[in-house]
Design a protein around this ligand. Sequence first.
Ligand SMILES: [Zn+2]
Length: 114
Amino acid sequence: MHELSIAMSILDIVRDACAEEGCSRVEKVRVRIGKASGIMADSLLFSFDCARSGAAAGATLEIEEVPVGGHCRDCASDFTVEEKYVLECPLCGGPAFTIDSGHELEVVDLEVDD
Ligand SMILES: [Zn+2]
């Protein structure tokens, strides 16, 4: 399962950050996940709850979903869409666009109790 390995990597990052800063308990882990990353937020939450241990044993995962967005060279506009993919510029229907966001997977912040 894809999300379980992602949960494990997030916990690795948390563990390293904790060791570095000498904190004993993590309250909350904030992550940003792009809609185009293919990661299911619900599955990730479930996997995180199953995999958490050590300093992160009582931590909750807070997921911020980042919409898919891009820039169109035809109409020179920035756009975001509700879908997980973009086939054409939602504003002018043109094909000359680049995708700038929606593939994120990053740990933004840790809330610790020390
Ligand atoms: Zn356009």
